[in-house]
Design a binder for this molecule. Structure first.
Ligand code: NAD
Length: 501
């Protein structure tokens, strides 16, 4: 990312204490449209003092916000839901322009983002505690849930709308206050979303946005005013975040990178399977944390499915995500394009057969395009099977049995998503039981759980205990308090709590 020289370009602001504020003295970096290299805006890399201001605003807002009734907090989310729905297309277009995915894909992402808000409106039910009468004679016990405090989230580039909302609605619904740092590569979508948040008239400081990069993240991890950190991004950074935030005593959930497999059994139904493989492998140009990137074919599953996959993949149109008819948009940057091309070269050096070559797919010469790529005869131990490429590249490994396919998947250091394509219930039963991956799709290519279930990655794809959204999200953003009580007036018997059982 280059420091901008174009003074006419719009500079983004932070949102702190209920108002848009400039970030004076912050270094400004270009936000680039990956479809054509156009500079869209300049994003400030906020300073430590600017982060301090946001955290101070969130701390100040905390006592009054946690006193607001749960139903009143939920009502604010109902309002937010409507405002986001009203601006759905505008938000989707912003995501396409700065991230590169196609408009239908971005529209689906915004739909998922809105579902997060909808799920969080259930807070008067999902935040309830538990009570048991008579744990001893005339003694009751109950566990209630209270907010954790000031919660911060750090987002990646690949879902500019949705990923921040894996956290924001659940955090504020449960009575916390919140500071978001969007990805510096895609900060414009949340700038738009925060316009809707601003219209809600929330008490100042309940929700804040601080633009920036690594320095802001490190500041958050060490900040004594922040109680919990939610992170989504690459595996190496997830590890840094997890360790450093834990060291400073914070609650932390860190979602890392992925390498997702798709297992094709000999009885897979060809057409929908090919459709699933294409959507999973090439949707968002392979830049989803749930993107399929390794196809493991079992026996004749290879010859039934791969030729049809190759044929369909060659028909896909690469271009600007805003153009109708584009199937695959650009990858996030020229740097990413070159890295992905390097992976294709390495795989060929390692002996893979290049069935579809996506290098040099055409498109705007200033854009960062890689087309659908399929590599066959890849060996389970090849580098491309073990490491994340994060581009539209499918590597095909062929094995003889389902057991071997499961071994290939389980050898991966990652454990985010996996899919199996088969009509056999017994194969599915074995697979879902034995597979060491946290999110499993059966005849579904991208099995990303809906908002009311947890995003439950395993191994290097997730560090922490409580996952994003679903009931785990409510657990993450609340602290349990257990109260044991008895009263002596009113004729109840009294005595020793410990002996009178
Ligand atoms: P990234 O790790 O480069 O950046 C993520 C965030 O961390 C950004 O906000 C960035 O500013 C910050 N950051 C980057 N380097 C840092 C450092 N050294 N120290 C502190 N902070 C740093 O990830 P990305 O390229 O934006 O996103 C793509 C990655 O995210 C992929 O690996 C993808 O698999 C992963 N991802 C995972 C999930 C999941 O659910 N597991 C979901 C989405 C994306």
């Amino acid at each position: 990312m280059t420091v901008s020289t174009e003074l006419s370009t719009r500079t983004l602001n932070n949102y702190v204490g209920g108002a848009w504020v400039e970030a004076p003295g912050a270094e400004l970096h270009d936000v680039v449209n990956p479809a054509n290299g156009e500079v869209l805006a300049r994003v400030p890399f906020s300073t430590a003092a600017q982060l301090d201001e946001a955290v101070a605003a969130a701390r100040e807002a905390l006592p009054a916000w946690r006193e607001v009734s749960t139903i009143a907090r939920a009502r604010k989310l109902f309002e937010l839901r409507q405002k986001l729905d009203d601006r759905k297309e505008e938000i989707a277009r912003a995501a396409v322009t700065e991230m590169g995915k196609t408009l239908p894909d971005a529209t689906a992402e915004v739909g998922r983002m809105i579902e997060m808000v909808e799920a969080a409106t259930a807070i008067p039910t999902t935040m309830q505690g538990r009570v048991l009468e008579d744990v001893a004679r005339n003694v009751d016990a109950e566990t209630i849930r209270q907010p954790v405090g000031v919660c911060a989230a750090i987002a990646p580039f690949n879902f500019p709308a949705m990923v921040p909302f894996w956290f924001l609605p659940f955090a504020i619904a449960t009575g916390n206050t919140f500071v978001l740092k969007p990805s510096e590569q895609v900060p414009m979508t949340q700038a738009l979303v925060f316009e809707s948040i601003d219209e809600l008239g929330l008490p100042p400081g309940v929700v804040n946005l601080v633009n920036g990069s690594r320095e802001v993240v490190e500041g958050m991890l060490d900040h004594p005013g922040i109680d919990a950190i939610s992170f989504v991004g690459s595996a190496p950074v997830a590890k840094i975040v997890y360790e450093r935030a834990a060291k400073s005593g914070k609650r932390v959930q860190a979602l890392g990178g992925a390498k997702n497999h798709m297992v094709i059994c000999p009885d897979a139904v060809v057409d929908p399977t090919v459709k699933g493989l294409i959507g999973s492998g090439f949707g968002a140009a392979g830049q989803r944390c749930m993107a399929g990137s390794v196809i493991v074919t079992v026996g004749e599953g290879h010859d039934r499915v791969i030729p049809a996959l190759v044929e369909q993949s060659k028909k896909l149109t690469v271009g600007d995500g805003l153009d109708q008819g584009t199937d695959v948009g650009p990858v996030i940057s020229c740097e990413a394009r070159d890295r992905i091309s390097g992976w294709i070269e390495k795989a060929v050096e390692d002996g893979a057969e290049l069935l579809v070559d996506g290098r040099d797919p055409g498109g705007d010469p200033e854009g960062s395009y890689v087309g659908p790529t399929i590599l066959d005869n890849v060996k389970p131990g090849d580098r491309i099977v073990g490491e994340e490429v994060f581009g539209p590249v499918l590597a095909v490994v062929n094995v003889d049995t389902l057991e071997e396919a499961i071994d290939v998947v389980n050898a991966s250091p990652f454990g985010n998503g996996v899919s199996i394509f088969t009509e056999s219930a017994s194969a599915v039963r074995k697979f879902r039981h034995d597979i060491e991956v946290g999110m499993v799709g059966v005849n579904i290519g991208v099995a990303a759980p809906v908002a009311f279930f947890p995003f439950s990655g395993w191994k290097a794809s997730f560090l922490g205990d409580l996952h994003a959204h679903g009931l785990d999200g409510v657990e993450f953003f609340t602290r349990k308090k257990t109260i044991t009580s008895r009263f002596f007036s009113g004729g109840q018997t009294s005595g020793s709590y410990f002996v009178e059982h």
